[in-house]
Design a binder for this molecule. Structure first.
Ligand SMILES: [Zn+2]
Ligand SMILES: [Zn+2]
Length: 235
């Protein structure tokens, strides 16, 4: 068995067991994840590095896509998380192979921490902000914009349905997209920072009903005052 798969599973088990939940949860790393109706979808982006198995070139990426599908079977008291880490291929080699990323233990812990918090919020109604902890970026060097044609997630066009989580009940309507979701693809520098967090909608200051009433009373008072003044000045 793949060692990295075990690390993900162990970190997840440690974190989820700390919560003492009434259900048993399991995490499985899979190579190809398909959307399933009724399952909650959640995505994260992290930092890591890849090595080309053909030319031995290394590259960093701050846009390693990770997709989670989560489901809780309350009658069976069993929760399931299926997870896929998307691969990338070397841009220098003409016949490149899709490579798996190396992700640091520190970033694995951050990703699992975010995932477990999301499970608490979505399945156990924990009242908390949906804000994910950002990954640690170990490189100062800029790799340039995300190379979509060499990214497995972008190639499969899953980036569009990866953009944000979808509630099970909204599953059938992927065409409806919130405004913030369409803007992030162009931000190559820090799009991964805000990847799965909806931006708060700005508050618009609406004049309250009270204010409108006060203005009306004021106007009436001014009109009455003018009429009285006109009447008195004519005397
Ligand atoms: Zn290569
Ligand atoms: Zn991509």
């Amino acid at each position: 068995m793949d060692m990295t798969v075990e690390i993900w599973r162990d970190v997840f088990q440690d974190k989820i067991e700390e919560l003492i939940l009434p259900h048993i949860w399991n995490l499985t790393v899979v190579t190809s994840l398909q959307k399933q109706p009724g399952w909650l979808q959640y995505t994260q982006c992290t930092f890591g590095r890849f090595r080309c198995s053909l030319c031995a070139r290394w590259w960093n990426s701050a846009e390693i896509h990770i997709l989670f599908l989560m489901n809780l079977d309350r009658t069976m008291r069993r929760g399931t998380v299926n997870m896929q880490i998307f691969r990338q291929e070397c841009k220098k080699c003409t016949v490149a192979v899709m490579e798996k990323p190396e992700i640091s233990q520190e970033n694995i812990r951050i990703i699992i921490g975010n995932l477990v918090k999301r499970i608490q919020i979505k399945f156990y109604s924990l009242n908390s902000r949906n804000e994910d902890v950002k990954p640690v970026v170990y490189s100062e060097r800029r790799e340039g914009p995300h190379n979509k044609e060499h990214c497995e997630a972008c190639k499969r066009n899953v980036c569009w349905w990866l953009v944000s989580e979808m509630e099970p009940e909204r599953w059938q309507a992927p065409a409806r997209r919130k405004p913030h979701e369409t803007t992030f693809r162009g931000q190559t520098d820090d799009s991964w920072l805000v990847y799965s967090n909806p931006r708060p909608t700005p508050k618009v200051n609406q004049p309250s009903a009270d204010n409108q009433e006060n203005t009306f009373v004021g106007l009436v008072a001014v009109v009455i005052f003018c009429l009285v003044w006109l009447y008195l000045s004519k005397q």
